[in-house]
Design a protein around this ligand. Structure first.
Ligand SMILES: Cc1ncc(COP(=O)(O)O)c(C=O)c1O
Length: 408
């Protein structure tokens, strides 16, 4: 594959153990797997070979890769690899402890300062993953006496954070501000109210009405937490996300994000007011009780932030190409819901239909994953096209053509 100079040493692979029967105490799992298989919901364990760029090598085949969140093409960029090795050489590979103890290295400190600068906020806190950032922060902000209003299409890490908090939870229909208003009115008796939402929704590529959410937060004296996981690096003049793009920073209290998507590294972050971040260091259990991510990873993420600042053309190109691609699919009559960014679902309904379409695309040389329940509601299975700056316009044109041929 072009641009893939080295492979991991597989000369002495561990022999795959043979699969034996389940121990009696776990025998019930067999039935669960049979049920998943029958419903078309069994997942393959795929092994990717080599570094991914606009292409990916899966099951021995090189495919155009529409199945990663590498929106700006930094995940396989050698500049991040070099920053990671330099960071690892300086500070060792493992962090050795939670940030609360001795795991917070200079590389993490520099990363937090870089994030705060990029987002234009006072402070940021880095977590081992975006998942950990959401669960820990939501559970810190709300407890049993509180109320959380959550968009029905929020990411699993937001949902799990809500559950972990033990707060009363109200789910509002996707982006429905009137329903949210009504929900918050019923929660006047709660000690505190918290609104939680993705900014760019990960499964359908729609964008949250941030200005309206901020207005409702003000009206109901609620906190507003937004998850910029898919927007960081892509939107806004500086590339900090949709809060910047929509000029809603004053109304958004907490910004969560991940370093693992457009930034091409790993880890999550929470950003906002410095006193809030200081308090979070005493309350966010996934930060307090989990080993900090490796310093080399933090160094790579810092390098990616610098690249986002230096290479604004990547996000501009991506946004333009995404608009062109979605227009082509709509014109071809495909159901892509309300997609309005670089995540484009092609909705087919049944899990088997999504798997079949993904297989047809695989045969045509494209990796486009099938997304099925529980990632999407029953009846809403889809194949999800994730665009990257690395894709050639001709790849996008060909994919649109192939989708139109197979999915209509
Ligand atoms: C909206 C959203 N939030 C959070 C996460 C979790 O981020 P991470 O992969 O860094 O754990 C994801 C990842 O898939 C996501 O899509």
């Amino acid at each position: 594959m072009a641009g893939m100079p080295c492979r991991i040493d597989t000369s002495a692979p561990a022999a795959a153990p043979s699969v034996g029967p389940l121990p009696e105490a776990l025998a019930w799992i067999e039935g669960e797997i049979d049920a998943l298989r029958a419903a078309g919901l069994e997942r393959p364990a795929r092994v990717r070979e080599g570094r991914q760029a606009g292409e990916v090598c899966l099951d021995g085949r090189t495919l155009v890769n529409f199945g990663s969140n590498d929106y700006l093409g930094y995940a396989g960029d050698v500049r991040l690899t070099k920053a990671a090795s330099k960071g690892s050489c300086a500070e060792g590979f493992g962090a050795g402890a939670s940030p609360l103890v001795s795991g917070h290295s200079q590389a993490h400190e520099v990363l937090e300062l870089s994030l705060a600068r990029l987002l234009g906020v006072e402070a940021a806190l880095v977590f081992p993953s975006g998942y950990a950032a959401n669960t820990a922060t939501i559970a810190a902000l709300a407890g049993a006496e509180d109320f959380i209003a959550s968009d029905e299409r929020n990411h699993a890490s937001i949902i799990d954070g809500c559950r972990l908090s033990r707060a009363r939870i109200g789910i509002f229909p996707h982006r429905d501000l009137a329903a949210l208003d009504a929900l918050l009115t019923t929660a006047r008796d709660a000690r505190r109210r918290l609104i939680v939402t993705d900014t760019l929704f990960s499964m359908d590529g729609t964008i949250a009405p941030l200005a309206g959410l901020a207005d409702l937060a003000r009206k109901h004296s609620a906190m507003l937490l937004v998850d910029e996981a898919h927007a960081t690096g892509v939107f806004g003049a500086r590339g900090s996300g949709l809060v910047e793009e929509t000029a809603t920073a004053d109304g958004v209290h907490v910004r969560v994000g991940t370093l693992s998507k457009a930034l091409g590294a790993a880890g999550g972050f929470v950003a906002g007011n410095a006193t809030f971040i200081h308090w979070l260091r005493h309350k966010a259990r996934a930060w307090m009780f989990s080993t900090a991510h490796p310093p080399g990873v933090a160094a790579a993420a810092t390098r990616a932030i610098a690249l986002v600042e230096q290479e604004p053309d990547r996000r501009r190109d991506l946004v333009v190409r995404a608009a062109d691609f979605t227009a082509r699919l709509r014109h071809a009559g495909l159901d892509i819901g309300g997609a309005e960014a670089q995540i484009v679902p092609v909705i087919v309904g049944a899990p088997h239909a999504a798997v079949n379409l993904a297989e047809q695309l695989f045969d045509e040389g494209f990796f486009v994953p099938a997304i099925r329940p529980p990632s999407v509601p029953a009846g809403g299975s889809l194949v999800r096209v994730s665009l990257s700056w690395l894709h050639e316009p001709r790849d996008l044109a060909r994919l649109a053509k192939v989708l139109a041929a197979h999915a209509c």
